[in-house]
Design a protein around this ligand. Sequence first.
Ligand code: 3H9
Length: 687
Amino acid sequence: MSEQNIISLTVDGGVAVIRVNSPPVNALSFAVRQGLWQAFENAFADDGVEAIVLICEGRTFFAGADISEFGKPMQEPSLVDLLAMIEGAPKAVIAAIHGTALGGGLETALVCHYRVAVPSAKLGLPEVKLGLLPGAGGTQRLPRLIGAAMALEMVTSGSPIGAKTALDAGLIDELAPANGLREAAIAFARKIVSEKRPLRRARDLPVEGATPELFSEFRKAKARKFRGFAAPETNIQAIEAASSLPFDEGMKLERRLFEELRAGTQSKAQRHIFFAEREAGKIPGLQRDAEIRPVGKVGVIGAGTMGGGIAMNFLSAGIPVTIVEMQQEALDRGVATIRKNYENSAKRGRITAEAVDANMALLNPVLDLEALAGCDLVIEAVYENMDVKRDLFGKLDTICKPGAILASNTSYLDLDEIAAATSRPESVIGLHFFSPANVMRLLEVVRGAKTDASVLATAMKLAKTIGKVAVVSGVCHGFIGNRMLAQRRREADRLILEGAMPWDVDRVIYDFGMPMGPFQISDLAGLDLGWSKESSKGETIRERLCEMDRRGQKTGAGFYDYDEKRRPTPSPLVEQVILEMSARQSIERRAIDDEEILERCVYPMINEGAKILDEGIAFRASDIDVVWVNGYGWPVYRGGPMLYGDTVGLAHVRDRLSHYASIHGADFLPSELLCRLADEGKGFGNL
Ligand code: 3H9
């Protein structure tokens, strides 16, 4: 698009209207900055112009700096220079905001002398989510407008606020009618001129409420949440600087901190995930106009933790759900849990009390599969057993209307085998939710050999509707995520037989940035998953612990001992069991350092990811990263296992895998793809 088309300048009775049209989100790219510079110069020079309105077309006010330019050399004018020019304007500048004024977009609004917004507008500084801090004056101007406390919260959470809250806080000056932003902004501009109001520059205002205690208490309260991340602390320092340094000094500091973060590995990783999540939604070979089947009614089979969580996604999105259980008691329990979850959300202020009732009113609990006849999509979340699933899909095939999509939430089983139990394998798909299904953002969409393009397209669209990040996986045991997880599980189990203790492994994985280590996860999930007393032979540590009734948190003991508040402590008894098992298997225990624990848990996962990629199970390495960040709590600042492999260097990963293969055997043999990329000095990002 040419510059003329991106920026237009019209004059309406003494008010210049600078209009920006740079789809999709009016990011402040070089072309936009250059066009704005020119337009403002023209408006300044025009004696007939008394005030200037800055407004955007399309879905939003500027959604920020153009993130895709971050790795490239800066082209003048910089955003900082452009904003200084606007702030220093000789005439009043009014920002007219709709959609999402984010990052550099809000920073642009902050240099305007006044701000008007429609009620649905959202305003925020989400840079922290990209491992950054606002780098065009946001940390210096925002606290001057809304006070230090609220600014701290906004920059470190990255969450936007609504227009009404922004009005109350003094971030905007007036609410405009939903459909009359341009007119309202022009009228506001005329009022400013006729009342001879001063040009209100944020830079000239004092910062309210910046006490030393505010910062120390904020750091203390958020320490756990910010663990491992570099950007939140840097954001806090910049807000502190706004209150302790003169404006221009604060700007210099903000600039330096921004550049440090931008060049660091954390921000690179977080930006990688931002684009990877959007890329994951694009399916190679799938036409953009692929038919989308309407999904107005959903059926869920199973009202347990998984089924209930899955149902909540649709209810929250306003889609009616029929939920099926076999026993009345289980059904009642499931429905009560859903209600309780919604009520807890309401108590925390996440949804309104009315929304609890509205969501529950969309739920139709039944005991009869026949009630699913009218559903457009049915998702089963029953026991993970092939015979059970095949039997169920056979029944669904006869009950559900033609064209209805039949989905399985299986986490391991062969989807094609399940689909073969129906006369409509083209309408069968895997929708693998992650527990808790109403919270975790990941949805693995499993494409069977015969899954129709329209079914895949419908699933991807639906995932967006219910707020999930969808990643397509082909059929294999465990799909993308669990197949890789199995590698870590195997090594964790071996490491404790060879010399480490569960708490050593968990500490290393936790310090790496994961929310929990593998043994803590086992205790949480229950060690008796798939275990039975009758067949237990005490041959593994897990079997021994189950036999001792140490089945995890629910029994107060597993790999760890738990107190009444479920706080874990290492168990001497478990230590004994492990030592005995090592002796029984004639394994000579040795000291294992943290580096070996990390490499043996993580590098085989990267290797498995390479195989998954090579086999075409995943479309892209970045899809695998999206799976791990959104489904397993991989620290986003490390960008997922594949980017992590690239960051440490694939040649290094290959060499370490070869080293371990020489000691521990074929499980560590580096894959063909990994070796090829390492030989060529490339990373997964080059594919
Ligand atoms: C910043 O501002 C730094 C400054 O402080 C300092 C500078 C010196 N740049 O998400 P969607 C693309 S940092 C480039 O699917 P939605 C996106 O990739 C920035 N591209 O739509 C996608 O492309 P494609 C601070 C961007 O309606 C398309 O737009 N701002 C940018 O679900 C549609 O995006 C942010 O962090 C960008 N800034 O959500 C805001 N933003 O179609 C980041 C989007 O080719 N953006 N794209 O895949 C968002 O949060 C959402 O995109 C938004 C729209 C809410 C705006």
